[in-house]
Write a protein that binds this ligand. Structure first.
Ligand code: FAD
Length: 570
């Protein structure tokens, strides 16, 4: 058999079946309002979804089975199209154009969906309850907390900005995660230009106010720096001609390059373009402190010199951290020292019954996968000789690919190829009859690649695919109960009900300003320039959640081409 046998994959999942529930308001012992089941009609299972971001909304949009009673809890009553947030910071696109009320999204569904504008602050998996705090004070007692019971819980609360506990970041920097953040940045940019135009300022003060610092050279930081550069040079300099020579944009990155998750050609192009545009890219510079006037950085190399630079506005975009409700839940279920909730390849939270975690708040636990893979080898090695026949070995590889599509694909591309090569002669024919499998060596090799095959990226693409995968599982719950479609259970009898989640990567974009975008598409296909910018426009327009937002965004782009960006800051 050749390598193609490794690509044969089946996917799986297990969740249990349904029952109807009606609701009544009650006061449990602790005095909190409760949305509890009376089991009156008794047939519908209660599904509680936390979050109305990419993962939660994709789950809701794709859920078609009307045998569920769905409650959505989120402090945000809308879905926001985050990839266009950087465009909102500079008025290229209006905030209203990229949001869709969640009630609009679920309105026409045949499934019962109710929405509560509240934040979940505690998950009690033992008693299948979530504790929520409303955004409002709801009655005269000032009570604003309530409890919701669930049969299935879908956690899709995303992540928060990560400050790495660096002093002064939370107090003095802007973040770019939510619509409100983008609006605040837009106002602050204009405020900086207005302040710098006041007659009483010295040149030095003006330069300080117009120094915009972006921390983090990932896709968001780079896109924001590029967008700001275009805004300043195409629109603001016409209105603030005296400010032109005082404006400076600095991009700080702790590693050696910006956009280091992209192909090297894209990184090099972006660095050169920014240099041409006058954006000062400082790599190897780690921020150690931010005061209201200065940002202090430490050189990662060259002896760790610390220096400070005055700034007018700083935007912090260095990655994501864990939300408090998730931290609290992880402590409760013994998943400490992790950034995100560990789930299995069916998106089930490890150690919890009927709880699923999707999107930025979750990761598939690869360490456990590595252990499982070693166990699969051990099981195949029946006589404990450390040697498998070629047939056994290939069956093991097939099993890994079927059970763990992500890891299987990774291994197929990297590790497994060299192992499979062991079996072949120079012509590619399988010549050996057996292969020695040193489990310790294999485990070591796997743990070394662990960091590379690590978790799926924290992107909208992953979150949306997970949401629609889980909805599909819920839609076919009964059908797959009768005819399970997953691989054989590793521990226990029979097959898994569903196939495991498999991520399909469709590529990623890095807009670099001046109508130039870099695109890295599957198969390491790289395209940079204006044609990719048009591809970016078309892909993002098509991915917007509704025809209303699509029309608004396209008209915003048209307005920007004709009249320029808005510079009122409101
Ligand atoms: P989110 O979309 O963040 O949604 C989380 C939801 O949970 C929100 O509705 C929130 O209000 C709610 N919530 C929070 N706390 C609670 C709580 N305690 N209880 C209940 N609900 C809660 N990805 C791409 O693939 N391509 C891009 O071009 C891209 N660009 C980006 C640009 C920016 C500026 C940003 C910030 C992100 C970008 N991303 C992009 C990443 C992408 O937005 C995230 O990976 C994606 O939003 C994750 O989806 P999610 O559903 O896990 O979380």
């Amino acid at each position: 058999r050749d390598n193609s046998s490794l690509t044969k994959m089946l996917i799986v999942f297990t969740v249990s079946g349904g029952g109807l529930v009606a609701y009544s308001e009650a006061k449990p012992d602790n005095g909190m309002n409760a949305i509890t089941s009376t089991e009156a009609d008794g047939k519908k299972k209660r599904v509680v979804v936390l979050g109305t971001g990419w993962a939660g909304t994709s789950f809701l949009k794709n859920l078609k089975n009307s045998s569920y009673d769905v409650q959505v809890i989120s402090p945000r009553n809308y879905f926001a199209f985050t990839p266009l947030l950087p465009s909102v910071t500079c008025g290229t696109v209006e905030p209203r154009s990229i949001v869709e009320p969640i009630r609009n999204i679920v309105r026409k569904k045949k499934v019962d969906v109710r929405y509560w504008e509240a934040e979940c602050f505690k998950i009690d998996a033992d008693n299948k309850k979530v504790y929520c705090r409303s955004n409002f004070t709801t009655n005269l007692d000032g009570e604003e907390e309530f409890v919701v019971d669930y049969d299935y819980l879908v956690i899709a609360v995303g992540a928060r900005a990560n400050t790495f506990n660096i002093p002064g970041v939370a107090e003095n920097c802007h973040f770019l995660k939510e619509i409100e953040d983008a609006q605040r940045i837009r106002r602050t940019v204009i405020d900086c230009f207005e302040r710098a135009s006041l007659p009483s300022l010295t040149d030095e003060e003006r330069k300080k106010i117009l120094h915009f610092v972006v921390v983090g050279g990932g896709p968001t930081g780079v896109e924001f720096a590029a967008e700001l550069h275009d805004y300043v040079n195409e629109d603001l300099v016409k209105l603030y001609p005296k400010a032109k020579d005082s404006v400076k944009i600095t991009l700080l990155e702790a590693t050696d390059h910006i956009l280091n998750m992209f192909d090297k050609r894209i990184t090099a192009f972006a660095e050169e373009k920014f240099q041409r545009d006058g954006i000062d890219v400082k790599t190897g510079a780690m921020v150690v402190k931010v005061s209201d006037k200065e940002i202090s950085t430490k050189e990662v190399k060259n002896g760790g010199n610390v220096s400070s630079m005055p700034y007018g506005m700083a935007v912090w975009s260095t990655g994501i951290g864990t939300r408090p409700v998730i931290m609290n839940f992880m402590t409760q279920i013994g998943q400490t020292n992790r950034r995100a909730l560990a789930s299995d390849e069916w998106l089930r939270v490890e150690g919890c019954d009927s709880v699923y975690a999707l999107g930025d708040c979750a990761t598939i636990n690869q360490r456990k996968v590595v252990e499982d893979i070693c166990a699969i080898f051990r099981k195949a090695d029946k006589d404990n000789s450390g040697t498998l026949t070629v047939k056994e070995f290939q069956e093991v590889l097939d099993d890994i690919c079927e059970r763990y599509p992500q890891v299987g694909l990774y291994l197929k591309n990297r590790q497994m190829n060299s192992l499979v090569d062991l079996l072949k002669d120079s012509k590619g024919d399988v010549v050996k009859e057996s292969v020695e499998v040193d489990l310790e060596e294999f485990r070591l090799a796997l743990s070394q690649v662990d960091s590379q095959m690590k978790n799926l990226p924290a992107t909208a693409q992953v979150a949306a695919q997970q949401g629609s995968y889980l909805a599909d599982c819920f839609n076919r719950m009964e059908e797959c109960e009768k005819n399970p479609e997953g691989p054989l259970r590793f521990r226990g009898e029979g097959r898994h009900r569903f196939r495991p989640f498999r991520y399909k990567h469709f590529g990623q974009f890095a807009p670099l300003g001046g109508e130039q975008t870099a695109a890295q598409l599957p198969g390491d296909w790289v395209s940079i320039g204006q044609s990719s910018q048009w591809l970016w426009y078309s892909v993002y327009a098509s991915k917007l959640v509704s025809w209303r937002t699509r029309a608004l965004v396209i008209s915003d782009w048209g307005r920007r081409f004709i009249f320029g960006r808005d510079s009122s800051g409101i």
